[in-house]
Design a protein around this ligand. Structure first.
Ligand SMILES: Cc1ncc(COP(=O)(O)O)c(C=O)c1O
Length: 437
């Protein structure tokens, strides 16, 4: 019998990336860090209003990039004016940063950038539409950026454990993966190690050493929640001009640790002359920021995500995607979701309150856990995690086992939802984790 032709050798040695996505409807889904209540009613209305004959037409994207830009400028303004990131800056970042990022105090706490963007329009840098790429979810952006930048033998530098999709994307390009573990105890970001891997050849390296092609930073990190101050991200990008530094900000709404408010702040380093409309990525042409409407806006099922960076990088990443990769439903939903920021803000506030409530219960009950940024936390049950996972499933609650992941084997990652949902989770967890008398 003739055999099917083999694929590229990198693909032959891959397994399809699979996640336990089936049969989840009707259950309390705390396994994929999704929004647990669904999108704004305005999104639902907008989708319902699409006439059936429009299904027959290829999607149109006009105006969507502008809507993303407007929403980013509003968000950056709100963060700049209000409570911004409180993630400490690693000491080494302070040494690297003065040349690149202005707003760092010597005690390691980012100095707040003051003054609303709206109040200082004349000196405000602004993003252009060529700096926003639209993708069929951030996963598609990740896939595309690896395709555009990762050649066989190139290095991907990242952390471990982190979001699982970076690894297969690197492997399918034939890249070499260097994953630096978070620091224990507490899963601190390994800043010095990452900086050194970016900039310093190992002692045994021969003259052919080159910096990594890609650095993937997940901030806050999924699944450890580790937060990295945006100033530290900028410091890494400035230290490695030949590396594409990608910061996956999928969960930034829960921490405020985004690089964008810094880049869009009036009079920053990117904008030394204070010129109106300066390019916020001038000083960071190797930085790409990933954002999605999946988790906070509640449209994970519709698939839309964004990559924001220097126009040249966005152009290269967009070259390897199809012309109609984002469908019309996602486009309509995105317009409506971006127009209803108060809905997202209210959901984020509810999740943060629920997190506090749950953490108080975990502390009082002496349950080992780890919580930091993001709409999720890690819990180590007393009973084997697989048994508790299964018992919770039987009680109608899905969580994600971290079995086999470095540093967190034996834990469960539990997504955070509303107070009522976390109440249901806690009640079930206490029963499922109780040892038989
Ligand atoms: C860190 C991280 N990046 C990217 C994604 C994918 O996001 P999207 O739904 O936009 O493809 C996820 C989804 O779980 C994630 O956790």
């Amino acid at each position: 019998m003739p055999a099917s032709p083999p694929a590229r050798s990198e693909v032959e040695s891959l397994h399809a990336y699979s996640a336990p996505l089936e049969g989840r409807r009707g259950l309390l889904r705390l396994d994929f860090n999704e929004n647990t209540v669904g999108p704004s009613p305005r999104v639902v209305e907008a989708i319902r209003a699409i006439p059936a004959d429009h299904y027959a037409i290829y999607p149109e994207y006009d105006g969507l990039r502008e809507a993303v830009l407007a929403s980013l400028a509003d968000m950056a303004g709100a963060i700049v004016a209000g409570a911004d990131s409180t993630a400490p800056v690693p000491a080494v970042a302070l040494a690297v940063a003065p040349a690149v990022a202005p707003a760092i105090r010597t005690d390691g706490v980012p100095a707040p950038v003051t003054g609303s963007l709206a109040q200082q329009p004349a000196r405000r840098p602004s993003l252009r539409i060529e700096q926003v790429g639209l993708f069929n979810g951030v996963d598609a952006a990740i896939h595309a950026l690896f395709q555009a930048y990762g050649a066989p033998g190139d290095r991907l530098l990242t952390t471990s454990p982190t979001f699982g999709y970076y690894t297969p994307c690197a492997r399918m390009q034939g890249m070499v993966i260097e994953a630096i573990p978070y620091r224990m105890p507490g899963f601190a970001f390994p800043f010095e190690e990452i900086l050194s891997a970016l900039t310093t050849p190992p002692a045994e390296a021969d003259g052919s050493w080159r910096p990594p092609r890609l650095l993937l930073l997940c901030n806050p990190n999924n699944p450890t929640g580790t937060r990295l101050a945006p100033e530290a991200v900028l410091a890494l990008a400035a230290a490695a001009p030949h590396t594409l530094v990608v910061v996956d900000e999928l969960y930034e709404a829960f921490t405020g640790d985004s690089v964008l408010p810094l880049l869009l702040a009036p009079g920053g380093r990117h904008d030394p002359e204070g010129a109106a409309g300066a390019d916020p990525f001038t000083a960071y042409p190797n930085l790409l920021v990933l954002r999605s409407l999946s988790k906070t806006a509640g449209i994970a099922g519709l698939r839309i995500g964004f990559a924001i960076g220097a126009a040249a990088v966005v152009d290269r990443v967009s070259r390897v995607t199809g012309p109609y990769d984002i469908n019309s439903f996602a486009v309509t939903a995105a317009f409506a979701a971006l127009a209803d920021q108060p809905y997202v803000d209210a959901y984020v506030a509810e999740v943060l309150a629920a997190r506090q409530w749950l953490v108080e219960r975990l502390v009082a009950a002496g349950v080992r856990h780890h919580v930091d940024g993001g709409n999720y936390l890690l819990i180590w049950p007393q009973r084997p995690a697989a048994e508790v996972d299964q018992a919770l499933r039987e009680a109608g609650i899905l969580v994600r086992s971290m079995a086999g992941k470095p540093l967190i084997d034996g834990s469960l990652r539990v997504s955070l939802g509303t107070l009522e949902q976390m109440g249901r989770f806690w009640e079930a967890f206490v029963l499922c984790d109780a040892r038989p008398a």
